[in-house]
Write a protein that binds this ligand. Structure first.
Ligand SMILES: [Zn+2]
Ligand SMILES: [Zn+2]
Length: 383
């Protein structure tokens, strides 16, 4: 019997008394469907990509880049056009301007007369990378991941301040994510994350606005201004029932935990194997994480990625799960004060069909509790 679950962090009940949000349907029978494509070569071994990509060449000083930060130091202004060829190998992590973005960063003379930015796509696109070449997050030493997060946070803060000033706005949307592997949309194998900061209204889709609207809905339903479901989930392992009356099975979904973060399989996954990282202390935006939380996040990210690597290796081939994945930082928009709790989703690539594209709806094969149990065991073995 297929079952359905709503994502408790982005589901509300509207004026027609209907649940609106992301829903996953579980259909274990789907895992048994025949796959009738020719699976040519199923190469089990993950090959490392050659270290001659554009990012390696930027680091060696062979290609020019607008370098915004090196480790914990700001280098160029976020709206700078100074690109340089410079050897950057003595830094661990850097942020550079992304030249291929869906928004305009610098407005030249012919666009200066634009008076309203409301319907124009303006902002900053940034790439954050380690100077050493890695393909996947689970192979990076935790200290290097922490350095990547530190330089990322520094450039986020700096860029947000500059954009507020440049466009006289208090409201910005920050989209921060990793695309890991070709199928996830990465054009370069060298491990990197990206940030799009929009200074206009483009970029607020239903998904972001869903996450931002739900905390208010919860507070109203619970008649408690301080209520935060994510704080409860991250700190209270006992039986938690969410405001739309789903039992969240927190303990069963737990994969990894340290002093600052919990890593859980998502209750209502967008793809089989999805993980969700939740900070134990309430924070709404990535820029507000303190040094302890960043360090804890680095450790949680590496372990979560290892757990997912292991699960995908063991998963039934008919699940169509690839090692490629996206890591999405779900956070409050700048200037919104929605009360939303920062969370990070790690979502592997899995083929989906028409029904799932029509709606914010997925069909999953395995229950997250069973996925978590496999992941927990696999982490014990790889320690
Ligand atoms: Zn490289
Ligand atoms: Zn919270």
């Amino acid at each position: 019997m297929p079952l359905e679950r709503f994502d408790p962090f982005r589901t509300l009940i509207n004026e027609f008394n209907t649940k609106v949000g992301h829903v996953t349907q579980f259909s274990p029978i789907r895992g048994k469907r025949p796959i009738e494509h020719n699976n040519e070569e199923t190469e089990e071994i993950i090959e490392h990509s050659p270290q001659d990509d554009s990012f390696c060449r930027v680091v060696k000083g062979e290609l020019p880049a607008v370098v915004l930060s090196r480790d914990d130091k700001i280098i160029e202004h976020p709206l700078s056009v100074n690109s340089e060829k410079k050897n950057l190998e003595d830094s661990s992590a850097i942020s550079i301007v992304n030249l291929f973005t869906p928004m305009a960063r610098v407005l030249y003379d012919n666009t200066q007369q634009i008076t309203s930015i409301k319907d124009k796509s303006v902002g900053i696109g940034i790439v954050h990378l380690l100077t050493k070449h890695y393909d996947i997050l689970s192979e990076v030493p935790i200290i290097e991941v922490a350095k990547l997060l530190t330089t990322t946070q520094l450039v986020h803060r700096n860029s947000i301040n500059e954009l507020k000033e440049r466009y006289k706005t208090d409201k910005l949307t920050t989209l921060h994510f990793f695309n890991i592997g070709e199928e996830s949309g990465a054009s370069i194998c060298h491990l990197h994350s990206q940030t799009y900061i929009y200074a206009n209204d483009i970029g607020h889709g239903w998904t972001s606005l869903g996450f931002l609207s739900v905390p208010g809905f919860h507070k109203e339903l619970k008649k408690d201004e301080d209520y935060c479901l994510a704080c409860e989930v991250a700190n209270n392992k006992e039986k938690i029932v969410d405001p739309i009356e789903q039992e969240l099975l927190v303990e069963e979904r737990m994969v990894f935990e340290n002093n600052e973060w919990v890593v859980l399989t998502a209750f209502s996954p967008e793809r089989d194997g999805q993980l969700r990282l939740i900070s134990k202390r309430h924070v709404s935006q990535f820029i507000d994480l303190d040094a302890k939380q960043l360090m804890g996040l680095a450790e949680a990210l590496v372990n979560a990625n290892k757990a997912l690597d292991n699960f995908i290796k063991m998963a039934n081939p008919s699940m169509n799960l690839l090692q490629d994945r996206n890591i999405l930082f779900r956070q409050d928009n700048v200037g919104y004060s929605s009360g939303m709790h920062l969370m990070i989703d790690i979502i592997p690539i899995q083929r989906i069909g028409g029904a799932e594209i029509m709606e914010t709806y997925r069909i999953a094969t395995m229950f997250p509790e069973d996925v978590a149990s496999i992941m927990r065991e696999s982490l014990k073995e790889t320690k």
